[in-house]
Design a protein around this ligand. Structure first.
Ligand code: HSE
Length: 315
């Protein structure tokens, strides 16, 4: 009997990593979403959302990233089924941690499994990226690629979707912090609008150099090179003003031992890279938290590691 229900775990992700706007992504070991998809004989998609900030996430299929992806796959593969999708959020939404991407990746991966569609990872990325239109207004694939592949990913091409994946070094730790602030509706759409559409050649040269060095750092397992390469002349300067006390949070992270620091995706979360042979990630995370608290904001901060991609949950 083919399965009629599947539960999938999909990781939080951090996009851009500084110089790789819409191109680089990193899967995190923690936190993650769990998505259970159940086939139903009555057609249509029903969505339930539980967990972190569940009340802020739409249960309307056309406005929910998992729902958008599932609806698209039902049409593209002529799947004659209805679906119940139960999303257990572990990832804070609208923080720049790939929350919408995780649910989208889980939906694509889960339906691929239930219907034995035998889709490649790149095909899953193409489908999951459709969900990003619902939340970010564009089908950027950096978060969904990291959620599907795990570790460090490079979007080599958007048309057709082609992803390269490099395992992250075992000495690499990642600190994440974000302030408790009300993020405006359409936060990612707005954060994308401030990124300049035309860029001076010297900024492109700067970013290409950093991006190339970062890829080299991942290939050789050089955490310090990865951290030092996490510098961006294009999106970070344009977006920094959206994040309270950004420069001081950065300074505190670096002083506490981070070897690199940047905005996580479209923010307001920020992320730092720590070489665990040289610094204590818990201290760096605490320093980042204090950076936000210094301007009167409560903040959440934690240390984690690069993690693996979407996977089935054992029953
Ligand atoms: N690359 C995207 C951006 C990620 O920075 O807008 C959004 O999570």
């Amino acid at each position: 009997m083919p399965p009629t229900e599947v539960t999938v775990k999909a990781p939080a992700t951090s996009a851009n990593l500084g110089p790789g706007f819409d191109v680089f992504g990193l899967a995190l070991e923690h936190p993650s979403d769990q998505v259970t998809i159940t086939l139903t004989s009555s057609l249509g998609i029903k969505i339930q959302v539980f967990g972190v900030a569940a009340q802020t996430i739409s249960k309307i299929p056309e406005r929910n990233t998992a729902g958008v992806v599932a609806d698209h796959m039902i049409r593209e593969f002529s799947l004659n089924t209805g679906l119940n999708i139960k999303i257990e959020k572990g990832i804070w939404p609208s923080r720049g941690l790939g929350s919408s991407a995780a649910s989208a990746a889980a939906a694509a991966f889960g339906l691929n499994h239930l219907f034995n569609l035998k889709l490649s990872k790149d095909q899953l990325v193409r489908l999951a990226a459709k969900g990003e239109v619902a939340s970010a207004g564009s089908a950027h694939a950096d978060n969904v690629s990291a959620a599907i592949y795990g570790d460090f990913i490079i979007v080599k091409s958007y048309n057709p979707v082609e992803i390269a994946c490099v395992k992250a070094p075992s000495d690499m730790e990642v600190c994440v912090a974000f302030p408790q602030m009300v993020t405006p509706k359409g936060k990612t759409v707005k954060a994308r609008l401030v990124v300049p559409k035309m860029v001076q050649l010297e900024k492109v040269i700067y970013n290409v150099g950093k991006a190339a060095a970062m890829v080299s750092g991942f290939h050789t397992g050089d955490v310090d090179l990865i951290g030092k390469s996490m510098s961006d002349a294009i999106a970070e300067p344009a977006r920094a003003f959206l994040i309270p006390n950004y420069m001081q949070v950065k300074e505190k992270a670096v002083n506490a031992g981070a070897c690199g620091f940047t905005i996580s995706g479209a923010g307001p979360a920020v992320m730092a890279v720590v070489n665990k042979k040289k610094a204590n990630a818990a201290k760096v995370a605490q320093a980042m938290k204090e950076g936000f608290e210094a301007v009167g904001l409560e903040a959440t901060a934690f240390a984690t590691k690069p993690g693996s991609g979407v996977c089935l949950m054992e029953k």
